[in-house]
Design a binder for this molecule. Structure first.
Ligand SMILES: [Ca+2]
Ligand SMILES: [Ca+2]
Length: 394
């Protein structure tokens, strides 16, 4: 046994020394220090996405506060002159590429919400997987290829469970793959929001309407979310709805100040178009949303466990309130989805108009988790990504 162990140790030593010995041979053969550079270049080339792109920056995600693995997760990449030199990029940003760290070859889908050369630009990128509790998962931002044309593919950024994503950046198109595009009534204004442009609603008659569709006919779990900034409002004001309160065709909505209760944001779901206390959840009274302040609100309905139906409200990425619901499913309606209002069959018109600004409205037909929403909030507030210094291929 002793001799075999010694033999194994000897083998191990030779194995460990082999790379060093090989390196010595290479260095001796080349007999100059340029061999080192050649080796480093070979290693760099192997890890480089495409030599037509001259520069790259590592983008590292801080998911250390969340335990969940985030799959097909959209991150917001915010670029400004403190992080990049716009002179290194094509003027229209057409040479940006996001490459998965896993294989150094997979180009990740991205959507430019706003590109302002020399200013602040906002880009959404679909990341295949960010490990729970990880502070080191990363992707690469490549640039510096003057011959490149745009590789943008917006609808591929948003995973299947996003059935509506409206950036409200002076347009009302849906970025999700379901094409639930909006049209405006009475011209909502355009203002600067937390993420590029946002919609501004006058509280009198302006709103966005999205046609009824199969993808928006959600009868099970759902998540409604948006960034909101309110004026001094009172009474029901709607953020997003598929809800006709006059003809008992309520399905779901996210709003503010329902019946003057608490002056707070709330989520509502209804099993048969009626109104039920068990289908309504508000933020807690102490969670103040002041006038003129931007906040992110999210309402979640989870019916995945029929014996534990749940409603959750999140404020700025943090779980604020929850309750057990008595609504086993959501009413299937043919109402249109409205941003900034709801249908009121009593007055045969649209009503409960939002007064203030709204940005980044999303509807998901799944209950987004606390970790998902927390990481989304960090991403949307530019607190999720660390930029490393620029690497050049030279
Ligand atoms: Ca926006
Ligand atoms: Ca329908």
């Amino acid at each position: 046994m002793l001799s075999r162990t010694r033999h194994d140790r000897g083998k191990l030593t030779i194995m460990c020394l082999l790379p060093t010995l090989l390196l010595c041979v290479v260095l001796t053969t080349c007999s100059d220090l340029g061999a080192w550079d050649q080796l480093l270049r070979i290693m760099k080339t192997a890890s480089w996405f495409d030599l037509a792109w001259q520069k790259r920056i590592k983008l590292t995600f801080n998911n250390s506060g969340q335990s969940e693995d985030l799959m097909d997760f959209p991150v917001l990449v915010v670029l400004d002159p403190s992080k990049i030199n716009y002179a290194d990029f094509n003027a229209d940003g057409s040479d940006i590429r996001f490459i998965d760290a896993g294989d150094a070859t997979t180009a990740l889908p991205y959507e430019i919400e706003s590109w302002i050369s020399g200013g602040t630009s906002y880009i959404w990128v679909r990341t295949p997987r960010i490990n729970g509790a990880s502070g080191s998962d990363h992707i690469w931002l490549y640039f510096g290829n003057h011959g490149a044309t745009s590789g943008e593919n917006p609808s591929a950024v948003w995973n299947d469970r996003y059935v509506g994503v409206w950036h409200l950046n002076a347009a009302y198109t849906d970025s999700s793959q379901y094409g639930n595009h909006g049209t405006t009534s009475n011209a909502p204004g355009n203002v600067t929001g937390p993420i590029a442009g946002a919609g501004s609603f006058d509280g009198a008659n302006s709103y966005v309407e999205i046609a009824d569709s199969f993808s928006l006919d959600i009868t099970g779990s759902l998540t409604l979310e948006a960034w909101i900034k309110k004026e001094n409002i009172a009474g029901d004001r709607i953020i997003v709805s598929k809800y006709n309160k006059g003809v008992s065709a309520r399905s779901y909505d996210l709003g503010f100040d329902r019946g003057g209760h608490f002056g707070q944001s709330y989520v509502t779901v209804s099993q048969d178009g009626g109104i039920y206390a068990g289908g309504i959840l508000e933020l807690t009274p102490g969670s103040a949303i002041g006038n003129g302040e931007w906040h992110h609100v999210a309402g979640v309905y989870d019916n995945s466990n029929p014996f534990n139906l749940k409603l959750y409200m999140f404020l700025d990425g943090i779980l604020d309130s929850e309750k057990t619901s008595d609504q086993p499913y959501i009413h299937l309606s043919d109402e249109t989805v409205l941003i900034g209002a709801l249908w009121d069959g009593v007055v045969m018109n649209v009503n409960d108009f939002w007064h203030g600004d709204i940005d980044e409205v999303r509807i998901s037909d799944t209950p987004r988790s606390a970790d998902w929403l927390a990481a989304q909030y960090l991403a949307m507030t530019d607190s999720f990504i660390t930029f490393s210094s620029v690497e050049s291929y030279e």
